[in-house]
Design a binder for this molecule. Sequence first.
Ligand code: ZN
Length: 55
Amino acid sequence: MATKFPEAQRRLFMNVFVCKKCKSKRRSTMQKVLEGKIICKKCGCKAFRPLRKAK
Ligand SMILES: [Zn+2]
């Protein structure tokens, strides 16, 4: 939660997000996630976070 900017820039290129409930991954753009357009196929929730560990 701390350093947002350098990391966030990198995440923009990854475009992989993880559902906060069931932790399934989805590919999408940051834009769509922020707009709430991305819905988890499994649990149907809209709470996503960027994939943290990029190897
Ligand atoms: Zn889910």
